[in-house]
Design a protein around this ligand. Structure first.
Ligand code: UD1
Length: 341
């Protein structure tokens, strides 16, 4: 079994990817510092798979600790790097925390990968690199723009670091996946998103409101140039996104990937915030308490992906509708409620 190191493997997208890796016949090894997730995600992974996955509790910016993991796990063939902070607002207030963690962890990881001759990497990027795009849908050729937040800038800088490395004559092979908006949870409802405190993202806020944890959802603006005035996003189910990582690492290991490649990972369809709310209501039968509020500073009015490249070159496809994704997010919220009793 090919061993794949998954940094941030106990997190939201990481935990789903670990499950898909095992189901595709790989042996994932997790590293995570549990700064933005909980031990229960490991339990959820073990419950789904019927056995534990190895996890090293280290910080990915810690070069010495990374080295120890690579010494212990002798035959790592590739790495999927998720470990990063992702709260846009917090990054504005604490930029250094974001540059240190998100950029520092990538640099530390690349150094140690080089020392141990591991040269296949899947990197977690974001559609945030496109800023406010002039044309939709965005393809991988759409120009990368100045980032709207320190968080967004860390993704842009990391892509640049990887590009510099690829053009430096090194033999590092990187596939950067630019995620659109990941939502939903594993169909087993044993793993899902575990937002700490008040969620920033739409779907956890919706499910927590419906569950009575939050009083009301505020929709940030209804005066955008969109059919119903609310922002447009491309909501991709987390299991579909997780599977994109499996095909990306497969392609890297088979030697078919270039030194540096970028792929959009979304559904190819844009939905407004109101459409997302309605999809949740239809999928669950729950009536959501929401109001319209002012725009959130920094929000991109509309963005959705052209996924032709990922479809043709990775064989990526989405299998889950927006309703199904919302239902899975709700099932996960209900699981959290049950297990909190
Ligand atoms: C943001 C980042 C994205 C990042 C992701 C990670 C930007 C422009 N986007 O995505 O790069 O990868 O976070 O967390 O920086 N909404 C509401 N009410 C709420 C919450 C959200 O109306 O309480 C709306 C937002 O205005 C937006 C949509 O829902 O239109 C999705 O918001 P969210 O889930 O926060 O994701 P993004 O802002 O798209």
């Amino acid at each position: 079994m090919k061993k794949i190191l998954v940094t941030g493997g106990a997190g939201y997208i990481g935990s789903h990817t670990v499950v898909e890796l095992v189901e595709a016949g790989y042996e994932p090894v997790i590293i995570d510092n549990f700064s933005n997730t909980e031990e229960r995600s490991l339990q959820g992974i073990a419950d789904i798979l019927g056995g534990d996955v190895t996890c090293h509790r280290i910080d990915c910016t810690d070069t010495a600790a990374l080295r120890e993991v690579f010494e212990k796990e002798t035959d790592i063939e590739g790495v999927i790097h998720f470990a990063a902070f992702k709260a846009v607002g917090e990054s504005v207030d604490e930029p250094l925390k974001y540059y240190h963690n998100n950029v520092g962890s990538l640099v530390a990881l690349l150094q140690v990968m080089k020392e141990f001759n591991v040269n296949k990497l899947v990197f977690s990027s974001s559609c945030t690199v496109y800023g406010i795009p002039a044309e939709l849908p965005v393809t991988e050729q759409t120009p990368v723009q100045k980032a709207n937040s320190p968080y967004g800038n860390t993704k842009k800088i990391c892509e640049e670091i990887l590009t510099d490395l690829a053009t430096s004559g090194s033999d590092m092979y990187t596939t950067a996946l630019r995620y659109f908006n990941p939502i939903g949870a594993h169909p087993s409802a044993k793993i899902g998103e575990l937002p700490l405190g008040v969620p920033n993202n739409l779907v956890p806020f919706i499910t927590q409101t419906a569950a009575g944890i939050r009083e009301q959802l505020t929709i940030f603006g209804n005066d955008y140039d969109t059919p119903d005035g609310t922002c447009i996003r491309d909501y991709v189910h987390v299991v579909d996104l997780a599977k994109a990582h499996v095909v990306a690492i497969e392609r890297l290991l088979s030697g078919k990937a270039g030194n540096i490649e970028f792929f959009n990972v979304g559904t190819g369809t844009g939905n407004t915030v109101l459409e997302a709310v309605q999809a949740f209501e239809r999928a669950t039968g729950e009536k959501l308490n929401y109001k319209i509020g002012p725009r959130r500073p920094g929000d991109v009015p509309k963005i959705f992906a052209d996924v032709t490249k990922a479809t043709e070159e990775l064989g990526f496809k989405t299998t889950t509708t927006l309703e199904e994704a919302m239902k899975s997010a709700w099932d996960w919220q209900m699981h959290l409620k049950e297990t909190a009793k």
